[in-house]
Design a binder for this molecule. Sequence first.
Ligand code: DOR
Ligand code: ZN
Length: 431
Amino acid sequence: MSGTWLVRGARPYGGEPVDLLLRDGLLVEAGRRLAVPRGARRLDADGLVALPGLVDLHTHLREPGREDAETVETGSRAAALGGFTAVHAMANTDPVADTAGVVEQVWRLGREAGLVDVRPVGAVTVGLGGTQLAELGAMADSAARVRVFSDDGHCVADPALMRRALEYVKAFGGVVAQHAEEPRLTEGAQMNEGVLSARLGLAGWPAAAEEAVIARDVLLAGHVGSRLHLCHVSTAGSVEILRWAKAKGWRVTAEVTPHHLLLTDDLAATYDPVYKVNPPLRTANDVEALRRGLAEGVVDAVATDHAPHAVEDKETEWDAARPGMLGLQTALSVAVEAMVHSGLLDWRGLADRMSVRPARIGGLEGQGAELAPGAPAHLVLVDAEARWTPQPGELASRSRNTPYAGRELPARVVATFLRGEPTVLDGKAVR
Ligand code: DOR
Ligand code: ZN
């Protein structure tokens, strides 16, 4: 099926160096000074940290509909360069991914690009309209085998509809991923509600708008015994509610974005719309609680919410700009800065939150597996000592809206392997 690679001297989870033999899509051997099999290609990975390929639960690829901002191919390339081997493509495309036809289209485009496994997310409601359940079963049965359903960008605000969606996905082991935002509390909102929004004269997005929906939905998930996932949790209060819901034994998981682990709301004072995102950047206290929640495992995963936007939608006044920031190519570096350099997680812990658990939540077989003989050869090699400075024009995304332009970050992806074949070598995409 594919070639043979001998990866020399890599350090799985930052531990002792070993050689890794990849053959026919599998990691077949791990050990010291393995002989080079005939015909095998060699990669000198001296001292590089090896992790299972990263899995993103939350990526906006913009195709179909906004191919000027991103395509499945350009987003897949950014993902591979960021160390990902699988991404979940959000449903807020145009047309919306609310039918078997659209999710199959996205899935096929992902296969054609061949740089990461693209798993389409299906919309919960028709057209993300929030009033009528989409054909969840048809999307689950389609070639795309959808397991994650989300109206992301919009909240499923109607509690009765949310309950029905939760009950419905049980039949095929699916999960509803909620964008928790009580819409009546965020009308016109531009940034985190607090002292700063008052001073800047920008309409506030209160923490309670997120927390109220999370509280409601964990209760619903507990009541009907279904799986609920919470997208991009952003407040200290959300972490508290999650801790409580998990203590009850309810089947609730949550993700946090890299930007909510590093950036704070005072960046809004620049009025640079690159910092406008939904949910908004919060306070340093929230950042601290999110980091601790992720370290404890109350928050299960890091998910990028990679949200590319065309220049005209982003480089405009704050009020008119679309919310969202790029994330795929910088996620690992930001997570290393926030979680590893702070001593809150080690490399194994980071692999758990960026690969193992997201693969489990998304129901992705073969992804997020332990780096051990017999596992599918999805892996990323990271130079932990490197530092780099993202420049918007040099990222693979078709859009430029990175909040880290000109900001030095730690750790660089040197190589990514998908099913034993490199998608990234020497820090460059192979195609
Ligand atoms: O900032 C965001 N951008 N948050 C969302 O929920 C949607 C996303 C987008 O699609 O641009
Ligand atoms: Zn969202």
